[in-house]
Design a protein around this ligand. Structure first.
Ligand SMILES: C[S@@+](CC[C@H](N)C(=O)[O-])C[C@H]1O[C@@H](n2cnc3c(N)ncnc32)[C@H](O)[C@@H]1O
Length: 243
């Protein structure tokens, strides 16, 4: 048997947004690995791909604690990298599921880097997935970038001051902003956008692709903490030539 590792982007939530390549990689794998935030916790990526995980798949939850401290995170990546390498060396195929796209703010990217450091020729492939910001833009009928627009995808800043600078730069350079990891920051982001009269130019997206999905203009969302799976798209200007 030839072992191998495939990082599989499973999209943001709607199971129909897995690519054919993602489904095929899961089908061919003997082991399906996925990130969990604590032992026994649910995995968002595994839930999205649940229709394709069979009873004869060996499931491997990989613990990636959601903490700021560097050492527990490094230890978790290293442990995961070792587990996955052992599976590949044993001749099995393993699919590591990643929520959204597998290369965009994805825990599995750290595991990929750790594995390639130790084993540069490890047989590994990455299957891209639909990102949460693409899915949000599509669901909101909200063009992400046109003509000379720039698109800046980044985590939401931690302070109003920092977000103010990001907004100023975006306004002067024609950047559309996709702010991930919005969540609890929304309680102060909302008043800042209101102050700048930007709420009706921003799209709020929560749990995109899930049954409880909420996609609306940001001026419809109260200034309260929102779930981790929420993001904001902000456009401060449009190109001159439009229909
Ligand atoms: C660690 S990043 C993962 C990004 C992911 N790899 C992607 O391609 O979109 C997590 C952040 O992505 C955003 N996100 C991911 N899935 C989402 C969803 N279904 N609905 C809304 N936001 C989502 C949220 O801002 C969340 O805090």
């Amino acid at each position: 048997m030839t072992g191998g590792l495939t990082l599989v982007g499973v999209g943001p939530g709607d199971p129909s947004l897995l690519t054919l390549a993602a489904v095929e990689a899961i089908r061919q794998a003997q082991v399906v690995a996925y990130p969990v935030g604590r032992p026994g916790a649910d995995s968002m990526a595994a839930r999205i791909a649940t229709d394709w995980i069979r009873s004869d798949h060996q499931c491997l939850p990989l613990l990636f604690p959601m903490v700021e401290a560097a050492e527990p995170r490094r230890a978790a990546w290293e442990t995961a990298a070792q587990q996955l390498q052992n599976i590949v060396r044993s001749g099995q195929r393993v699919a590591l599921l990643c929520e959204g796209d597998a290369s965009l703010f994805a825990s599995c990217s750290y595991v990929l880097l750790a594995i390639l450091q130790e084993w540069p020729d490890c047989p590994v492939t990455v299957i891209p997935g639909i990102t949460s910001c693409s899915a949000a833009a599509a669901a909101g009928l909200w063009p992400l970038a046109l003509q000379q627009d720039q698109l800046l995808v980044r985590p939401c800043p931690d302070t109003p001051e920092e977000l103010g600078v990001v907004l100023d730069t975006a306004a002067t350079t024609g950047q559309v902003l996709a702010l991930l990891k919005l969540g609890r920051r929304w309680s102060w982001v909302q008043p800042l956008l209101r102050q700048r009269s930007l709420l009706d130019q921003a799209l709020f997206a929560e749990r995109v692709g899930w049954p409880e999905q909420r996609i609306c203009s940001a001026d419809a969302v109260d200034a309260e903490p929102r779930p981790y799976f929420s993001l904001l798209l902000i456009r401060q200007g449009w190109p001159d030539v439009l229909p």
